[in-house]
Design a protein around this ligand. Structure first.
Ligand SMILES: *[C@@H]1O[C@H](CO)[C@@H](O)[C@H](O)[C@H]1NC(C)=O
Ligand SMILES: *[C@@H]1O[C@H](CO)[C@@H](O)[C@H](O)[C@H]1NC(C)=O
Ligand SMILES: *[C@@H]1O[C@H](CO)[C@@H](O)[C@H](O)[C@H]1NC(C)=O
Ligand SMILES: *[C@@H]1O[C@H](CO)[C@@H](O)[C@H](O)[C@H]1NC(C)=O
Length: 400
């Protein structure tokens, strides 16, 4: 990606020059076609502001998406548009049209046409697969500079987002190469590598199992304990993405005592709040996955009273977002057939906690900025209260 952007900006002087000529060519050609097609309108509509066009070309969106489609309106690619303009430009007409821009001889115009063709070649985008191969080849190269290694990872981070690219990654040795970087001595490199693994495996069962089979979980869990904030956050992000809705991944996670790691994160007051949010969300995810699991043999350690208490205690945070995520996790845990209502009652003191939150929310209702949050949260709190009491005593219904 950065490769592209670099070549585009170094070319932008040339682009500007050629673009004005191109517009003249387009105008000449469009006039020839008179009103027979809508092409002329499209061209003028898109070509009316050169600086906008260039801005588009250099913006992130344009790099990520189809520059061609946006630029050319009716054309499938930028290349197609340029081909059309060259094919339809008559040097004589072009000369007339270009006269307000620049006075050029017919010979010069012919030369400019060649330049447009060359420019097209340079702008021609390599496929994502080609870009990924370049980045991976860089990662494979042990003599590459740290800066280039980081850049290759940053490029992969963007490239793995589309699911097709993520699926291709393993075929070209990409997963092995990225996983290797988890052992890099540089924090930033390790952090980006974990981030890539998380992104590539997000909602992608194939890539999840490919990465899991490389045995990364232990390594990522070690990274979660890092003193570097970003590293631990990205590592926990990667773990969550890897094991979400993934039976094998969750078995490995429990086998590695991952729930103890989550418990430590949630009960440590000096830990980064973003990490605690991720931990609470992961607990909710893991619990949701176990809904309906009545098989006593396979109960994961989610019923551990210490874990339940860590989640419930999180609700005393002053961060409202974290409080909400903790509440969601409590709701999911309460709904598990194998967690015990009595643990929530006696060990977690959930009754008092819900009462305290109720009072807190009533106060928040008086604050303009917090009213919406308080209203939503009260709905959730009530729901938790009902589920809790149904679980405590399957007969009585205790609305508040
Ligand atoms: C093309 O359309 C324009 C208005 O959009 C009109 O002024 C012009 O006369 C039309 N030319 C032809 C050849 O129909
Ligand atoms: C990178 O190295 C791996 C082995 O470590 C290999 O499978 C892969 O083909 C290499 N990829 C590139 C693009 O060099
Ligand atoms: C590896 O990187 C070094 C330094 O950038 C470069 O000189 C060399 O050609 C690269 N090797 C390969 C196989 O690409
Ligand atoms: C709590 O987190 C801090 C900061 O990450 C860490 O230094 C400390 O060891 C942790 N405490 C416990 C008891 O795990």
């Amino acid at each position: 990606m950065r490769l592209l952007r670099k070549s585009q900006s170094s070319l932008s002087g040339t682009v500007l020059l050629l673009l004005s000529l191109f517009l003249a060519a387009a105008a000449a050609a469009a006039e020839d076609r008179a009103n027979k097609s809508s092409l002329a309108g499209i061209l003028w509509a898109t070509g009316k502001d050169e600086s906008d066009l260039l801005a588009d070309m250099e913006s992130d969106d344009a790099v990520d998406g189809d520059v061609g489609d946006e630029l050319a309106g009716g054309f499938s690619s930028l290349e197609g548009m340029l081909h059309w303009a060259i094919g339809h430009s008559d040097p004589v007409k072009l000369k007339e049209k270009a006269s307000d821009v620049q006075r050029l001889s017919a010979a010069e115009l012919g030369k400019r046409q060649m330049e447009i063709k060359e420019l097209m070649e340079k702008l021609k985008m390599p496929s994502d697969a080609e870009l990924m191969k370049i980045a991976i080849a860089d990662l494979n190269n042990s003599s590459i500079s740290l800066e280039n290694r980081q850049r290759a990872l940053n490029e992969l981070l963007i490239l793995v987002e589309p699911i097709d690219n993520a699926n291709d990654l393993d075929k070209i040795g990409g997963l092995v190469a990225v996983v290797r970087e988890l052992d890099n001595s540089e924090t930033e490199i390790r952090t980006t590598a974990a981030w890539i693994l998380g992104k590539a495996s997000q909602n992608n069962a194939l890539v999840q199992s490919q990465i899991l089979s490389l045995g990364v979980l232990t390594n990522l869990m070690k990274m979660v304990k890092s003193s570097a904030r970003e590293e631990s956050i990205k590592a926990l992000y990667a773990i969550s993405a890897l094991i979400r809705n993934n039976e094998k991944g969750q078995q490995l996670f429990y086998f590695e005592n991952g729930y103890l790691m989550l418990q430590d994160i949630m009960s440590n007051v000096s830990i980064d709040i973003r990490l605690q949010k991720k931990a609470a969300l992961l607990v909710a995810d893991l619990a949701d996955y176990q809904q309906g699991n009545a098989d006593a043999e396979k109960h994961p350690p989610l019923r551990d009273p210490a874990l339940l208490k860590a989640v419930v205690d999180l609700t005393s945070t002053s961060d409202l977002d974290l409080q909400e995520k903790a509440m969601l996790a409590i709701r999911s845990l309460l709904q598990l057939p194998f967690t015990k209502a009595v643990d929530f009652k006696d060990i977690c003191d959930l009754e008092q906690v819900l009462e305290r939150i109720k009072v807190q929310l009533e106060e928040l209702m008086y604050e303009d900025e917090q009213r919406d949050y308080a209203a939503d949260m009260e709905i959730l709190r009530k729901e938790v209260h009902i589920i809790f009491h149904r679980k405590l005593d399957k007969v009585s219904w205790v609305p508040t």
